[in-house]
Design a protein around this ligand. Structure first.
Ligand code: RFL
Ligand code: PHB
Length: 388
């Protein structure tokens, strides 16, 4: 098989890149290790920045997002028994949209398939060769047959556990990493929304987050031990924990409902540089991870591939490579900003078991500053909506 751009991974990064290239007349093949049904059912992100919405809209894949996504103009921060609204739109002129990542995936898969794009599911044994030449190849197995793609470029969009980052030459690599001693317990619930806006709660029992998916499905999270197991958490125990962390005596309550999914996710900050070597480029979670507190991961994946698509377009249509050469530097500006914000939101809102009494007071004082100083609230809002 021969193509211009071989893309590994059909997450938001790989699918959007393939679609953006197609709009520019550039041919690609996407290789995905899971099935179409699986990628379209995996529950992950929910918050899209305005810039992400604009990219999806301009690429002609935003119709359902605009019709079904919910525009949110603010978020709430809860601590010390009180809730404080951060008015994102008033402070920044921008808003966010709550539209599930797997719906974005469905829209992108439909667009690629409608354009007869080559999207191969359930591939295995993906191997990269010759990335330091101008004719890299990708070997893989599909439907029992060993196959090979010859391409001009290979783009690693295969997430944190993929095969493309380990294929990068070790010389000159620098990884940056921070792990947190806690995770998030996430549930999906059949109920009406408990709140019109997302609630980020800091509590002595640990962080909790009220988010939403649709008018009838809600997404809730609470800080937990990353080594804990979902089987240790009965529905009653989960509701007890959420009520304790989210409610006070103002009468507001979290709506209970049938819990139909439970999972535990770890939290880490991670950046691997450079994001390119020869004809191999990395985008999205393959190159960097943020803890979910700032809701930035998918938005970063979208902005990476937006930059890459521009670089590849310049290469093919103008015969110039400076955008591709500058990809890592351009992408990292936004990535470090999002790493900083996600780390800061995580530090502001979670319980750190090793925190001293002094550090706990600093955390509370910082929360007070954020909700009482317009300047600090604006800084949070700008970072949250992605106005940078
Ligand atoms: P993905 O989505 O991980 O996709 C990678 C794809 O590559 C496939 N793959 C391979 N394919 C072929 N060969 C191989 N060897 C392969 N190895 C892997 C995988 O099967 C997969 O389909 O990476 P991508 O495209 O970079 O997208 C990143 C986002 O998915 C991620 O950053 C977000 O989900 C993070 N995130 C959030 N981001 C936001 O912007 N807003 C949010 O509100 C938000 N909430 C979240 C989140 C992530 C969460 N979890 C589960 C970590 C909430 C949660 C709970
Ligand atoms: C979600 O709805 O999954 C979600 C929302 C906000 C976050 C993280 C996840 O910060």
């Amino acid at each position: 098989m021969r193509t211009q751009v071989a893309i590994i991974g059909a997450g938001p990064a790989g699918l959007l890149l393939s679609h953006l290239l197609h709009l520019n007349g550039i041919d690609s093949i996407v290789l995905e290790s899971r099935s179409q049904a699986e990628i379209e059912a995996t529950i992950r992100a929910g918050v899209l920045e305005q810039g992400t919405m604009d990219i999806l809209k301009n690429a002609g894949v935003g119709a359902r997002m605009q019709a079904e996504g919910a525009l949110h103009h603010g978020i709430e921060l809860a601590f010390d028994g009180r809730r404080h609204r951060i008015d994102l739109s008033e402070l920044t002129g921008k808003a966010i949209t709550v539209y599930p990542q797997h719906e974005v995936i469905k829209d992108l898969v439909a667009a690629r398939q409608a354009a007869q794009g080559q999207l191969l599911f359930e591939v295995s044994e993906v191997e990269l060769h010759g990335i330091d030449t101008v004719t890299p190849t990708v070997g893989f197995t599909h439907q029992g047959a060993a196959t090979r793609i010859e391409a001009d470029f290979v783009i690693g969009c295969d997430g944190y556990h993929g095969v493309t980052r380990p294929a990068m030459p070790l010389q000159g690599r620098q990884d940056y990493q921070r792990t947190y001693g806690f995770g998030w317990f996430g549930i999906l619930v059949e109920s009406a929304p408990s709140s019109n806006e997302l609630i980020y709660a800091q509590h002595q029992r640990g962080f909790a987050l009220v988010s939403t998916r649709t008018p009838t499905v809600q997404r809730l999270y609470f800080q937990c031990d990353p080594a804990d197991h979902v089987d240790n958490w009965s529905d009653d125990r989960i509701w007890g924990e959420l009520h304790a962390r989210l409610e006070n005596n103002d009468g507001w309550r979290v709506n209970e409902g049938r819990i139909f999914q439970k999972n535990i996710i770890g939290m880490r900050s991670f950046v691997s540089t450079p994001m390119q070597s020869g004809r191999l480029f990395l985008a999205g979670d393959a190159a960097h991870i943020v803890p979910p507190t700032g809701a930035k991961g998918m938005n970063l994946a979208v902005s990476d591939v937006h930059l890459l698509a521009q670089g590849l377009e310049q290469f093919y249509h103008q015969g110039q490579e400076d955008r591709l050469h500058g990809y890592t530097a351009a992408a990292l500006k936004r990535i470090w900003r999002a790493e900083y914000f996600s780390w800061w939101m995580t530090s502001l809102l979670h319980n750190f078991t090793d925190a001293s009494l002094f550090q706990r007071e600093m955390q509370r004082a910082e929360l007070e500053c954020v909700v009482s100083s317009r300047a600090m609230a604006t800084a949070l809002a700008e970072n949250y909506v992605g106005a940078f």
